[in-house]
Design a protein around this ligand. Sequence first.
Ligand SMILES: Nc1ncnc2c1ncn2[C@@H]1O[C@H](COP(=O)(O)OP(=O)(O)OP(=O)(O)O)[C@@H](O)[C@H]1O
Ligand SMILES: [Mg+2]
Length: 280
Amino acid sequence: MEVQLRQAQKLEAVGQLAAGIAHEINTPTQFVNDNTQFLSEAFGDYNRLLTQYQDLLQMAEDGVINKEQIDKVKSVTEEIDLQYLREEVPQAVEQSQEGLGRITKIVRAMKEFSHPGTKEKIPVNINHAIEVTIDVCRNEWKYHAEMKTDFTPDLPLVPCLPDEINQVFLNLIVNAAHAIADAIGNSGKKGVIQITTRLDGDWAEIIISDTGCGIPEKIQKRIFEPFFTTKEVGKGTGQGLTMVYSTVVDKHGGSIEVESEPGVGSTFNIRLPLQQDVDK
Ligand SMILES: Nc1ncnc2c1ncn2[C@@H]1O[C@H](COP(=O)(O)OP(=O)(O)OP(=O)(O)O)[C@@H](O)[C@H]1O
Ligand SMILES: [Mg+2]
């Protein structure tokens, strides 16, 4: 039952992300397309001008340059607006490279995020895992929130089940984004999601805070219960934090604490042990 639930949760998360990822890939793809179309036309223009210069060179070799050919070179130069091409072509190339870079980044992040999973814990770079998760779900938060990160560079590798720990970060980030969307409504403002990592003795600490709607005290105790949700049907199933809790606490011997104030925001504090007990 537990395994099935986790699998269903994972599939649901991937399904929800798919549309956002398609959008993230589509936008740069579109401008790479436009740019290559422009470059193809520009190449045609350059070719026309080059042909005139070749004719001119031929005449120079023959020692009979005529004014007519010089005028032709000048008029084609004007027609194709060489000055404009000289400015725009390098920009089109640069933008295309940037777009392809963005596509490569998101595809790589997807690949890493959907790590096939291991039965045994393996050493995981938590900062990197969070970064990858932020990229994969960018479309879920970017309209409502600014993402701020403060990662300690001296966090050692943490023994983890990588695919499950990625799901933990995903659930917490998506929850934060939803809470912010809820808080800002149609005001057009943006909230902040802040993710911090710290080394605290034998523990890795991950703090995810948001400036969202907050959690009323009377439901704070219930948020980790299976199927507890305050979201409308179709938006939440109430399994996110259940999965987060069982992964962090039961499977990794860690802890999770929440502090929240309605109208101000919420902070989830996760601690993962750097050393795993043999029986965990
Ligand atoms: N960052 C947060 N800010 C405010 N409320 C939160 C936050 N995270 C969780 N909650 C509350 O806890 C409830 C349970 O969260 P959980 O992630 O388990 O389920 P869900 O987000 O409702 O649905 P699912 O994650 O299954 O799509 C949420 O419905 C919401 O009321
Ligand atoms: Mg959730």
